[in-house]
Design a binder for this molecule. Structure first.
Ligand code: SF4
Ligand code: SF4
Length: 321
């Protein structure tokens, strides 16, 4: 019997939603298990790093890697799987762009530790102890991964072959991506295995988008009763659809929530947040006697809004390890 190709699925700085999305493939997952030998998937199977280290280099047909790189364990695992894999797929927005954990780049490691271990209202830490990379006890030395100063995208740590955006990616794109990798029917390396169009192009509300958009006050979705059939931008509600890659299935739009940008920028755009900001600036309408700053002030937390999924990959946040 011919050995099946080997594959790995790994979870770095992730919430688990991407692994959950893979589990939710149901019968498709059974077909994947028939086609490949899953040698590493910590969320489902109890394999150890040492078992991967023992494999010859490039002996895994592919690795799906979810999550950003926040600490030294993530970095070491990413480098190990890169060495052992022919193809690496950055799976989900955290791996592709840094994702929501990347918003931590707007603060410092020190401030995060102070809040989590000292100042947070639920913290009980009378001796003010903070985690240490090494702690010597009578039995030996205990170690923890080093928490980095910065959140990194996967491709800031290792070369990545393909990208599958989404938070998490939708089942049809996951299935297509896995089938393409298993069959070898792949686009050029560096491609995203997702449509190349902006979300607006397929949005059911696009036909209601005013030809000439003018926004005089930015409204937040929870402050208004949004019309479920009209373009959000036409209602003065920020929707990142014009600057975001499509392919998500418009799940948020269908539940009357504007696009938050989890699929990352449209192809050819490096910084989706900056792109949307410049587009929005051209839509803001002020009368001659009005101060444009008042309209801009109605945008609450613009950095958090426009870079919710992409800060580490953006011009603001990109940094190489
Ligand atoms: S991309 Fe979304 S679902 Fe996937 S690990 Fe990150 S936060 Fe979780
Ligand atoms: S701006 Fe949002 S609601 Fe309007 S067409 Fe684009 S994706 Fe749809």
């Amino acid at each position: 019997m011919v050995d099946k190709p080997k594959a790995a699925i790994a979870w770095l700085g992730a919430c688990g939603g991407c692994d959950e999305a893979i589990v939710d493939l149901n019968e498709v997952l059974l077909k994947v298990a028939e086609a490949v030998d899953l040698v590493f998937w910590p969320v489902a199977l109890d394999f150890k790093y040492a078992q991967i280290e023992e494999l010859p280099d490039a002996s895994l047909a592919f690795s799906l890697i979810t999550g950003c790189v926040r600490n030294s364990e993530h970095q070491d695992l990413a480098k190990l799987l890169r060495r052992k894999s022919e193809v690496v797929l950055a799976f989900g927005s955290c791996a592709c762009f840094g994702g929501t954990p990347g918003l931590a780049n707007f603060t410092t490691k020190e401030d995060i530790f102070n809040w989590v271990y000292r100042d947070g209202p639920a913290v009980d830490n009378p001796h003010g102890l903070f985690p240490q990379i090494e702690t010597v006890v009578s039995e030996g030395t205990l170690t923890l991964p080093e928490f980095f100063d910065h959140v990194y995208t996967l491709n800031q740590i290792i070369p990545v072959d393909y990208y599958l955006p989404g938070c998490p990616p939708p089942p049809d794109l996951i299935t297509n991506a896995i089938n393409a990798i298993i069959s070898g029917d792949l686009p050029p390396k560096g491609s995203a295995l997702a449509p190349r169009r902006a979300l607006c192009e397929t949005c059911v509300r696009n036909k209601t988008k005013p030809y000439r958009l003018e926004i005089s006050k930015v409204k937040r979705i929870h402050e208004v009763e949004a019309d479920p059939d009209l373009c959000f931008l036409g209602q003065g509600i920020i929707c990142l659809g014009p600057a975001t890659r499509g392919g998500c299935g418009e799940t948020c739009i269908k539940t009357n929530i504007p696009c938050r940008g989890c699929f990352g920028p449209v192809p050819g755009v490096v910084d989706g947040g900056a792109k949307f900001l410049s587009a929005l600036a051209s839509l803001i309408k002020v009368e001659i006697d009005e101060d444009p700053k008042e309209v801009i002030a109605t945008i609450v937390d613009p950095a958090g809004y426009f870079y919710r999924f992409t800060q580490p990959a953006s011009i603001l946040g990109s940094r190489q390890a």
